[in-house]
Every structure is written in structure tokens, then in C-alpha cells.
Design a protein around this ligand. Structure first.
Ligand code: CU
Length: 406
């Protein structure tokens, strides 16, 4: 373990010996004015200025996380949260992270996509000794880029990330951006396997996950993203799960502006309505919220907008189940609707404790047959704040028309 004294001696030697890093430190003037990042259902990590650096504290520890009302999951995270609090700093900043390990096993923190000295990269065994339970270690480096990065363990990461250890590391530009954004949201994607009726994710599951979350919340537990009409909106989406997630927004098109490798030159940005976010990467998109309404924002893998999906269901589509002795043929069988699964959204099928119904949101026109990686972008002309404005009232004559049966 590095003591504070050893660490600062080392840091001073490094700063004195590296013209490259000094150049960035000297260039650091006042930061550009930026919209604060909003991490829905999450928070931002506070810091204090100490010995010329922004000093942050991260505690790796077990946390209980409510994925949605009715379901609490035994996760691991940082500072009582999963995802860990969002780190915000400015290009050119010197930053210091004091990382305390309150887990039952060793960990490290890797600063994913951050350009830094090898000794600060946080890979257990390769670039540092792991942080043992009860220990604190300090990371310190100068930020020489801006963009959307992440932090996560790099020791037993299969277990630690499956339990929720991950967070945003957002570095704002030193020079003002053109054009500036009005709203800036950060959504961390994750997938989990929690056996229905239990509360602890199984990190051994590799492909068949049953819960899918934005910032470790599953719809209907996800908070809406509220924006004013015609605001410029940025969505930063991060993925450290085992699958890619094609994130789709309704009612708008957006431009893909950044990856975790940096900014895409304006001439090379491309329009999309769905952005695929592969494992181990971030994607940042921007759009003008010029279309009022309640707009779905969700993963387009249809199993990822379900909660506690049982993937071993026999396919009963089109089968008349009335009077059939299916339970005798298929012991333990739970009925899948013969006309689809939509009917299951309406009924609560004797679920085990601490389990979310597969799809359960209640909308203004009935049940929203969604769960998991699903939330709502609420674009409004007539709001003054960002508290949830309730459901959109569609102007008369703009809704779907019901026709008489023919
Ligand atoms: Cu997905």
C-alpha cells in the first residue's frame, strides 16, 4: 500500500519531470460554462480542493438497490450506490481519488478511457497491488482530454461488475462547446440475473440475464427525462454489461457526437434514431427536443424491456389452453398467454417475493407493456422546472382514432 507521504513525493516528482503533463496543468484556465450532468436516479460525486488537486472519495462497498418498487437487490457499488456517483471534472484538472475498500475481497479502480500514466491505470497485478479489504489507496493524475469515460474495478471484475460496480467519469472541455447543450443526461446500462424470489445477482450467468437497467433501475422504476421544448439535449450512455444495447429514442433523430475515444468531428457525425452501445464503451448523442410529448427511450432488444423474464417458457402462442391439462404435461409450467404476453401485463400472476412483474408500467391509456431498459423523455413547452410534469395531453385531433368494427 502506498502511504500518503510516499504518494505525494512520487506525484511531485512526476509533475516536475513531465513537461507533457505540465503543459495541460498550465493551460487550465477557468472552466467553460457547461450544463450540469444529470444522472437520473443517481448522484454526482462531491470533491474538495486539496494540495492543488480536486480530491474525491470513493468507497467500494455492498449496497442495497431498489430496482423498482417491490424489488431490492443486494449489489456492490460505490458510496452506497450503483452505479457509483458520477465523477465530473474539467480537462486540465489535477484529480485525486482516495479509494477505500469495504468489500469482502480485493479491488482496484480502473479509469476506463482516461489517458493517464501507467501506474494509475488500476489493473490489479499488472499496474498495482490490489486494494485489500480495509485499505485505502490514492490515485492522482492530470486530465488531458474531455469526454465521457467510466470507472470500474479491474480485479475480479466478472463478479464485481455483475454486482453493479461501475460509474461515469465525465470530463468537461476547458473551451466552451459550440453549440452548448441545455440538458445533459447520463445513463449507465446494466444487466443482471436475479433468481425470482431471491435478492442477489448471480455473477456466473453469462448470457441469459433477466433484469435490465438504466442506472440500476428497471421500468417502471426509472425516472423520466424532462426537457423543455427546443432545448439541445445530450444523452451519454455507458455499457459495461455482457451484451450490446441498441438504445432507441422515439419522435426525434439524434446525432452521434462522441465515443469514449473522444469527440467525432462535426463533419463525420451521423444521424440515427437508435445507437448501439457495445460492451466496454460509451456513446454520446445530441438532439434538439423539438417535438412535444411523452417519448419512449429504450433498448431495442425486446427481451431487454422485460423484467424477470423466464426464458424457459414453452411457446403457447395460438394454443387453446382452456381445459387442457398442460400442467400435467409440463410440470412447473407458468402460462404464457395464448394470444401473446400482453395480457400478462394486466394481471399480477402470483409472483414470488422480491420479483418484478415482466411488464408493469401504468400509462395514461392503459398498461405500458414494458419493463427493464425503458424510460420516458418528456418534452414540454409549458414547464418552468424539471420535476415530472405528468402525462402529456395530446392536442385534440392528434391521437389515434378508434374505428367501428367492420
Ligand atoms: Cu439491451
Amino acid at each position: 500500500m502506498i502511504t500518503r507521504r510516499q504518494f505525494f513525493t512520487g506525484a511531485a516528482a512526476l509533475a516536475g519531470g513531465s513537461a507533457f503533463f505540465n503543459r495541460f496543468a498550465e493551460a487550465a484556465g477557468p472552466p467553460a460554462q457547461t450544463a450540469p450532468v444529470v444522472t437520473p436516479d443517481g448522484s454526482t460525486l462531491p470533491w474538495t480542493m486539496k494540495d492543488g488537486a480536486k480530491e474525491f472519495h470513493l468507497t467500494a462497498e455492498p449496497v442495497k438497490r431498489e430496482f423498482a418498487p417491490g424489488m431490492i437487490v443486494n449489489c456492490w457499488g460505490y458510496n452506497g450506490q450503483t452505479p457509483g456517483p458520477t465523477i465530473e471534472a474539467v480537462e486540465g484538472d489535477r484529480v485525486r481519488f482516495l479509494v477505500t475498500n469495504k468489500l469482502p475481497e480485493a479491488t482496484t479502480v480502473h479509469w476506463h478511457g482516461v489517458l493517464l500514466e501507467n501506474g494509475m491505470d488500476g489493473v490489479a497485478g499488472l499496474t498495482q497491488k490490489a486494494i485489500q479489504p480495509g485499505e485505502t489507496m490514492a490515485y492522482e493524475f492530470t486530465l488531458r482530454q474531455h469526454g465521457t469515460q467510466m470507472y470500474h474495478p479491474h480485479g475480479d471484475e466478472m463478479v464485481q461488475m455483475a454486482l453493479g460496480m461501475m460509474g461515469f467519469f465525465i470530463i468537461h472541455p476547458r473551451q466552451a462547446e459550440e453549440p452548448p447543450v441545455d440538458r445533459d443526461f447520463a445513463l449507465f446500462l446494466a444487466e443482471w440475473f436475479v433468481e425470482p424470489g431471491t435478492g442477489t445477482p448471480n455473477p456466473n450467468v453469462m448470457t441469459d440475464f433477466n433484469l435490465f437497467t438504466f442506472n440500476s433501475r428497471a421500468y417502471p422504476g426509472t425516472s423520466s427525462l424532462v426537457v423543455k421544448l427546443n432545448q439541445r439535449v445530450r444523452l451519454r450512455i455507458a455499457n459495461l454489461s455482457m451484451d450490446s444495447h441498441p438504445i432507441h429514442l422515439h419522435g426525434h433523430r439524434f446525432w452521434v457526437t462522441q465515443t469514449d475515444g473522444g469527440q467525432i468531428p462535426p463533419s463525420a457525425r451521423w444521424p440515427e434514431v437508435t445507437v448501439n452501445v457495445p460492451p466496454g464503451s460509451t456513446r454520446t448523442v445530441e438532439f434538439i427536443a423539438d417535438n412535444p410529448g411523452d417519448w419512449a427511450l429504450h433498448c431495442h432488444k425486446s427481451h431487454h424491456t422485460m423484467n424477470a423474464m423466464n426464458h424457459n417458457l414453452p411457446n403457447m402462442l395460438g394454443v387453446d389452453q382452456k381445459g387442457a391439462r398442460i400442467d400435467a404435461l409440463l410440470p412447473g409450467y407458468m402460462a404464457m398467454g395464448s394470444a401473446g404476453m400482453g395480457e400478462m401485463a394486466e394481471m399480477n400472476m402470483g409472483l414470488p417475493k422480491n420479483t418484478l412483474p415482466m411488464m408493469s408500467g401504468a400509462g395514461p391509456f392503459g398498461s405500458v407493456e414494458m419493463g427493464g431498459m425503458f424510460t420516458i423523455l418528456k418534452v414540454r413547452a409549458d414547464i418552468t422546472g424539471y420535476e415530472d410534469p405528468g402525462w402529456y395531453r395530446q392536442p385534440k385531433g392528434t391521437g389515434v382514432i378508434s374505428l367501428p368494427a367492420s
